[in-house]
Write a protein that binds this ligand. Structure first.
Ligand code: ATR
Length: 289
């Protein structure tokens, strides 16, 4: 699609953004659906955030993705933030709805969709979430609407406790937040159905690290990792080796992007095309499938 006077613009803003996979993923999707839209990346520093949002408004951008370090700070410049994003305390997607900027968080929805698309149903399940950072929080707030029970373990215990308290208040479900220790992990793993690593442990170059010893993994588990470099982390390799079902961080990345795409275009995202574009870009960076 050649750009024209009617081309709609979407962009990612953050610092840094030059390594983002979102431009290739969304541009491939726009092309596939023959939409007259384009996706670009802008480095925006903390001091420039307010100006960047007001520029996006004036220039009539269709949508934005927001990444580090602006996911929280951006909320005060929007006209509205949906309730889950408010609870998470982070916006990663903005829709320009005829001049009104509305903030969403698609990370958690993307993670849950990645599970479901891999035939993993959350209903009635116990989810053990490792990590209570930005990604952990987003997954927890979405998962709490769908699973039976959530346990959050985090190296810094206060963050896990605070998250569990907020989840308990909002959803009235069985939730627990504790510090990460090998004893607690062993104990909680016994009746866990879905295990999600939402920490950065296992990310390149620390590719041999995993928070979960292999002897705690079972064939009836579903294991998802948010890390996508490498595509198969130590945790996922170990889980696969014992016959567990695994979902890679790339799936979560694709589906969070797909949800943003659908918010902006109101059309089903072409998942296969987005995945292929992201995989090709990762390959260029030396992350092999
Ligand atoms: P993100 O937005 O990707 O979640 P983040 O908010 O910095 O990033 O959170 C990173 C998560 O990984 C946190 O849960 C962090 O634990 P702390 O809250 O204790 O910092 C977790 N994490 C990072 N390195 C870790 C390690 N070596 N061991 C255990 N947890 C780790």
């Amino acid at each position: 699609m050649k750009s024209s006077g009617k081309t709609r613009v979407c962009a990612i803003i953050g610092d840094p953004v030059e390594h983002s996979l979102s431009p290739v993923m969304h541009n491939a999707a726009f092309k596939e659906l023959k939409l007259n839209m384009i996706y670009v990346a802008f480095t925006v520093t903390r001091n420039e955030l307010k100006g960047a949002i007001s520029s996006a408004r004036i220039l009539g951008f269709q949508g934005l993705n927001v990444t580090m370090p602006h996911k929280n700070a951006v909320m005060k410049y929007l006209d509205e933030t949906v309730s889950t994003a408010k609870s998470i305390g982070a916006v990663n997607t903005i829709l320009n709805n005829e001049g009104r900027l509305v903030g969403y968080n698609t990370d958690g929805i993307g993670a849950m969709r990645a599970l479901k698309e891999n035939s993993i149903s959350p209903e009635g399940k116990k989810l053990l979430l490792l990590g209570a950072g930005g990604a952990g929080k987003a997954i927890a707030f979405q998962a709490a609407q769908e699973v039976e029970e959530i346990v959050v373990l985090n190296r810094t215990s206060e963050k896990a406790e605070r998250l569990a308290e907020a989840l308990g208040k909002k959803f009235g479900k069985k939730v627990k937040g504790e510090s990460f220790s090998s004893e607690i992990l062993k104990d909680e793993m016994r009746d866990t159905n879905i295990l999600v690593n939402a920490t950065s442990v296992g990310m390149h170059p620390d590719v041999n690290r995993s928070l979960v010893p292999r002897n705690l993994l079972r064939s009836d588990l579903c294991v998802m990792d948010i890390v996508y470099s490498p595509l198969k982390t130590r945790l996922l390799l170990d889980a696969e080796a014992v016959g567990a079902k695994v979902v890679s961080g790339l799936e979560m990345l694709i589906y969070q992007g797909a949800v943003s795409f659908e918010i902006w275009t109101k059309q089903p995202a072409p998942i296969k095309v987005m995945k292929e574009a992201a995989l090709n870009k990762l390959e260029e960076k030396g992350v092999h499938r």
